[in-house]
Design a binder for this molecule. Structure first.
Ligand SMILES: *Cc1c(COP(=O)(O)O)cnc(C)c1O
Length: 487
């Protein structure tokens, strides 16, 4: 069966066409170089449509989704900030997009310089010695960082250090990456305010501990005030500290993970450094380390020689290669443009504004939504559902109702510490007007939950698809275009 046998081109009409052939870049006899058995025997079966059909089809499809360019996206833990369009222009420069990873490095010096400079800028921001930009995402960075941790202990002959301490509030990727890296996960409890319980940590620290994974501010958006004490305890026990940098946004240019005592960290360029994300990529999860760990960083690496030229190098003690070539270069270009357009002076404003926005929403809504942890949060915070739960309206219902009002839902049912978690992160890029509109709608939904609960339970009603049966959607997803999808 041909792959298109099942596809119905419902817009196709015989003979209709709309195309423009690209200039013949390879010369007229290009086809004569192709082996005859690879040549197509008949016409391809393609939809026959006019240019206008194509324009309308794709333009209509593009409006069926929700993105940060279409509306407010307070998805906690994801830092869905606006991605400035200048980053896109930079990333599209043909001088970079036309480079082939296998071409002579002498002819790709600009790209290597960008890699090197970005790596240095991140090291400055993080307070660490050196970064690799090769990993493709935060979780991939975690895996890379934990492999470095293991390699470090093994190189010291310390082979029984196989345990990694992870807080019970951690993002799911933390224990998952630890398992893939061959480490055994030991959970440390949080105190009621969400921070690590140092007394619970102490008895876990022995000579089988490879290290601890933490994020600060933690998953509840609260700063771990005892971090210096925790770092001291873990280091005294011979372990290393891994920083999950997904929550770096509120600290940017103000506080450095390296100064807090962390030895290894990843940064999600697609969160903190404003490159687009969602839909599975492409992302980038650079990993930074202290000087003593730099020799374990993955291959290949970009080095600067004394004469100012750049080379690609493979280190002998490296844990090996974790990506094809140097990683997702387009994402690096966007992040580099973002850092340069902000500059040292303005990067310091990111954290305070993100923090102010989160606290503004939190304080404005806590009369209607249950705030389990009082006090000043950093870039995000968690509600435990509606305060008044008497009508049975859940966090899921509220999230779906927000879609009807044109807002993306917050992160829901994470962290697992509360039954009705609703995690809100506005980021620094939203205006006061947008925050006020969101607050007004959240109050309105709470009022609906009291007065007309069925309306909220039936939501969403204005979206392309209504509430999905999540089990069926996960087990039997329909991922192809369907003309039955609403207009
Ligand atoms: C997003 C996130 C991750 C994972 O990052 P990906 O780039 O999605 O792989 C890890 N930890 C936290 C706290 C996160 O928010």
């Amino acid at each position: 069966m041909k792959y298109y046998d099942k596809i119905i081109f419902e817009l196709s009409r015989p003979g209709r066409k709309g195309y423009e052939l690209p200039a013949d870049t390879y010369g007229n006899d290009a086809l004569s170089h192709l082996p005859a058995d690879l040549m197509r025997k008949g016409q391809p079966e393609l939809p026959e449509v006019s240019e206008l059909d194509v324009v309308r089809h794709y333009t209509n499809l593009s409006t069926k989704n929700f993105g940060v360019d279409t509306g407010f996206y307070p998805l906690g833990s994801c830092t869905m900030k606006y991605n400035p369009k200048i980053n896109e222009e930079v990333a599209a420069l043909p001088q970079f997009t036309q480079i082939h990873p296998l071409q002579d490095v002498k002819s790709a010096q600009g790209a290597l310089e960008l890699y090197y400079n970005l790596q240095k800028a991140l090291a400055n921001i993080a307070g660490l010695y050196e970064f690799t930009l090769n990993p493709y995402a935060g979780a991939h960075g975690e895996l890379t960082g934990l492999m470095i941790m293991r390699q470090y202990h093994i190189s010291n002959g310390d082979t029984k250090r196989t345990k990694i301490i992870v807080p019970d509030s951690a993002h799911g990727t933390n224990p998952a990456s630890a398992m893939v890296a061959g480490l055994e996960v030991v959970e440390v409890k949080s105190k009621p305010n969400g921070s690590i319980d140092v007394e619970d940590l102490k008895p876990l620290l022995d000579d089988t501990v490879a290290g601890i994974m933490m994020t600060n501010p933690n998953t509840l958006g609260m700063f771990e005030t005892e971090i210096m004490e925790i770092a001291k305890l873990v280091h005294e026990a011979g372990g290393l500290l891994y920083y999950d940098g997904a929550n770096l946004n509120p600290l940017l240019g103000k506080v450095r993970p390296g100064d807090m005592g962390f030895d290894i960290m990843h940064i999600n360029l697609h969160k903190t450094f404003s490159t687009p994300h969602g839909g599975g990529g492409p992302g980038s999860g650079p990993v930074g380390v202290t000087e003593k760990l730099a020799r374990f960083l993955p291959n290949p690496r970009v080095k600067k020689l004394d004469d100012g030229t750049f080379i690609i190098e493979t280190g002998e003690d490296s844990l090996g290669s974790i990506s094809t070539f140097l990683g997702n270069f387009g994402v690096m270009m966007r992040a580099y443009a973002y850092i340069l357009t902000l500059g040292k002076e303005n990067i310091r404003n990111v954290g305070p504004l993100a923090t102010l926005n989160a606290n503004y929403i939190k304080e404005s809504l806590k009369d209607d939504y249950l705030l389990p942890i009082e006090g000043v949060c950093k870039h995000e915070f968690v509600f435990d559902g509606l305060k008044d739960k008497s009508t049975g309206v859940t966090t899921l219902n509220v999230a779906k109702r927000l879609l009807d009002y044109g807002f993306h839902a917050p992160t829901i049912y994470f962290p697992l510490l509360f039954h009705e978690s609703m995690m809100i992160e506005p980021t620094e890029t939203e205006s006061l007007e947008t925050l006020d509109e969101f607050i007004e709608v959240m109050h309105k939904v709470a009022r609906e939950a009291r007065e007309t609960p069925d309306l909220v339970k039936d939501a969403p009603v204005t979206t392309i698809v209504r509430k999905l049966d999540e089990t069926t959607a996960a087990k039997n997803p329909i991922l192809t275009y369907s003309s039955l999808m609403g207009k």
